[in-house]
Design a protein around this ligand. Structure first.
Ligand code: GCV
Length: 723
């Protein structure tokens, strides 16, 4: 009888565990990583003693959302609603807030000097004779961030009984840039239309705005630029500013400030002036009045993002002024209100280009020291344009007197749109950990942008968002990881992308080790796979013209030379690659001398950047001993094989997660495989037509003719139209 009962109990426990591990209902991905599903019973049991009641300091809007998030999270994870309390009545209280707002926290006398205004301490304490967990910030926002961290510990199955965590962000401005238009289109958006329902704002504040704010706050994002950098001046009109103010109200409790992209020529377009010259007193007065109007509506408005003198956008050069003249005009009108200017360095003019890669440096480096204190120069991670792989931008480290802000692209404009599984963590990490050598070894890009290398207090990281109206926000479940890793690295750019991937997998899917490990491995290899099947060995910008979908290495149809793939790969019958050495465009000279020397020497250049810096013969001997042609074919082939391997991995994971998300990932991997094959075959067919070389033995020929690949056209690619 005893054995029978024992067997029955084991059966019930196993069944319960299975039910918790494998959701019985379909999921649509809406909850992102804030998916507070019931933990396995044995895990929940461990936590329950440390989560018995919630005590907040005062009922400020931020403390209320903090309390609500804790209640919601703990209810979901542990299955019971935690009572709210004012005093510690028994063991296991969670006390959250600041010492200014909570006498209980004040009593603890925790040292919060080092955590800054947005940091927090999470400490296991004894208070009034009871064990408790204190989540303490110097501001309400710090405490909110701490609460999200505490929930993450439970979501990822970590112990919470002896906590002593101190965290603070290393970067001041952690911002999402939305490339959203007022008509709902999203430039380079692959997840539906804009989540901002401008038409119904300010009266209808969709619940989704709050969920957006929760998701961002959970990873420390504290700013959002609502509109595209090229979206026109209408956003600055009173009708739209009211709508912007409504969004700012929703985001405020979550510590998220609103910013706007502004059009340089707005004083002409909506102000009735004849000029937008930044040194014209009337223009300055117009912007000053506009800034005052905005701050009246939105007292914590963050500031302006500006794309000027770039890709046809108006800017100070129209008036023979410099970028510094332009940026400083905005800086001066924002400074009295505490706002900043994020001035983009993504500039190139086709007229003067001998090498597009050099232009931002050439225009901005001489201006170092001329920008006012509240200007940041927002610089893309690489010198070209968010390619699957580029070396780090030479401006990082080159302007010691100016805060340089990182711009990463989260939306996968050049990396397979929504359907390719490409985790961008390794790309971001590769750039952030690159050594600029400007102040000797260890002068990493991360230290440039967090301000520590040159002692800047203002610092920033922006990510071009991949968010839209799709139910799963990002067009695919795995794309959510790219939003997540961006936020986590903006908080701390030295974190490892693997660690972040693991956190995300556990929170988004399951803690089951049999699932976590292979999925993290798959994510970590996914970016290299995409580089291999799209643009290996330092190639870049081989995508279809304008829309950037699929391969078109043959394309020379674009109006501007440096929008054409042929401009970038420069393949001819002798060899391939862009000579940026001292014999070529000399772009290498923009790097610090030790790096320049390395990139200038074909033998020292890492092979992943080979064709970015060098034009080399097809029979050039690679480190493997094989020819360049052989390696090129091998990389393209490996990329496809890697995707097949990802599919295989995923096939083994059926049953670990809900069917709905499982099936969509499987279907998208099939699309990725098809497109990876297309990329490989089209590129090999084209490069073979140039090199005239036979395929290396053992490598399959392209499935279709070059003519076929060249004939493909795609008039309705998402994320791109003639605007
Ligand atoms: C917002 C690339 C993209 C454009 C984008 C531009 C930029 O050129 O293709 O869509 O425009 O970068 O970052 O300004």
């Amino acid at each position: 009888m005893k054995t029978c009962l024992h067997t029955l109990a084991t059966l019930v426990l196993t069944l319960a565990t299975m039910l918790c591990a494998v959701p019985t209902h379909a999921e649509d991905g809406y909850d992102l990583w804030l998916r507070y599903h019931l933990l396995a019973p044995e895990q929940a049991k461990l936590y329950r003693d440390h989560a018995t009641e919630i005590i907040i300091g005062s009922a400020t809007p931020t403390q209320i959302v903090t309390r609500d998030e804790l209640q919601r999270g703990l209810h979901g994870l542990l299955g019971n609603t935690l009572p709210l309390s004012d005093t510690v009545t028994h063991d296991g209280a969670i006390i959250v807030g600041t010492s200014a707002s909570s006498p209980l926290i004040a009593k603890l006398q925790l040292d919060t000097q080092s955590i800054g205004n947005e940091g927090y301490v999470i400490r296991s304490v004894v208070l009034d004779g009871h064990t408790a967990t204190a989540i303490v910030g110097r501001s309400d926002i710090g405490a909110l961030y701490g609460a999200f961290h505490f929930l993450r510990l439970l979501q990822t199955g970590q112990p919470i009984d002896h906590l002593d965590l101190h965290e603070s962000p290393r970067i001041t401005l952690r911002v999402l840039d939305h490339w959203d238009y007022l008509n709902g289109q999203v430039e380079r958006g692959y997840a539906g239309t804009s989540i901002w329902d401008w038409w119904k704002l300010p009266d209808w504040r969709a619940p989704r705005y709050t969920d957006y704010a929760r998701a961002n706050a959970s990873i420390g994002i504290n700013g959002t630029v609502l509109n595209d950098v090229v979206s026109g001046a209408t956003i600055l009109t009173p009708v739209y500013l009211e709508k912007v103010a409504a969004l700012a109200d929703v985001f405020r409790p979550y510590g998220i400030r609103v910013y706007l992209s502004v059009r340089f020529s707005a004083p002409i377009e909506i102000g009735g002036l004849k000029t937008a010259d930044p040194l014209d007193p009337q223009v300055q007065a117009w912007w000053r009045a506009k800034a005052d109007e905005i701050y009246k509506l939105i007292p914590d408005f963050g500031g302006f993002l500006v794309k000027a003198d770039s890709e046809g956008q108006p800017g100070p050069k129209d008036y023979h002024r410099t970028h510094a003249d332009g940026a400083n005009m905005f800086a001066d009108v924002l400074a009295p209100h505490g706002g900043v200017v994020m001035w983009r360095t993504f500039v190139y003019s086709q007229a003067s280009a001998d090498d597009r890669a050099k232009q931002a440096y050439e225009e901005f480096k001489p201006l170092d020291g001329q920008f006012h204190a509240n200007v940041l120069l927002q610089t893309k991670n690489g010198p070209i344009d968010f390619q699957p792989r580029e070396p780090f931008h030479p401006l990082f480290g080159a302007m010691p007197k100016t805060p340089l802000m990182m711009e990463f692209e989260i939306t996968k404009e050049y990396l397979g749109f929504a359907t390719h599984l490409v985790y961008l963590g390794p790309l971001y990490e590769e750039v952030l950990s690159s050594d600029t050598m400007v102040r000797g070894k260890g002068s990493t890009v991360a230290k440039v942008i967090d301000g520590s290398l040159e002692g800047h207090t203002l610092s920033g990281m922006a990510g071009d968002a991949n968010i839209g109206t799709d139910r799963n926000w990002c067009g695919s479940d795995f794309n959510q990881a790219n939003w997540y890793v961006f936020g986590r690295l903006a908080w701390n750019p030295t974190l490892s992308s693997r660690t972040i991937a693991e956190e995300w997998v556990r929170m988004t899917f399951t803690n089951n080790e049999a699932f976590v490990k292979p999925v993290v491995d798959m994510m970590m290899g996914s970016r290299e796979a995409a580089v291999d099947y799209m643009t290996p060995l330092g190639l870049l910008h081989l995508m279809g013209p304008g829309h950037h979908y699929g391969p078109a290495p043959w394309d020379a149809s674009e109006s501007e030379a440096d929008w054409r793939p042929v401009y970038y790969h420069r393949a001819d019958h002798l060899g391939i690659g862009f000579d940026r050495t001292s014999n070529g465009s000399n772009a290498v000279a923009q790097y610090a001398p030790p790096i320049a020397a390395q990139f200038n020497d074909v033998k020292q250049t890492p092979e992943r950047f080979l064709l970015y810096f060098h034009h080399v013969p097809w029979d050039y001997r690679m480190r493997s001993g094989q020819t360049l042609w052989y390696e090129l074919v091998a990389h393209y082939t490996r990329g496809v094989d890697d995707v097949k391997q990802m599919q295989e991995t995923w096939r083994h994971l059926d049953g670990y997660i809900d069917e709905e998300r499982y099936q969509q990932v499987a279907a998208f991997l099939a699309i990725q495989e098809k497109e990876a094959q297309w990329w490989r075959d089209a590129c090999i067919a084209y490069f073979q037509s140039i090199s005239g070389l036979p395929l290396p033995p053992g490598y399959a020929p392209p499935q279709r003719s070059l003519k076929y690949y060249e004939s493909l056209s795609f008039p309705y690619v998402p994320g791109f139209s003639s605007w």
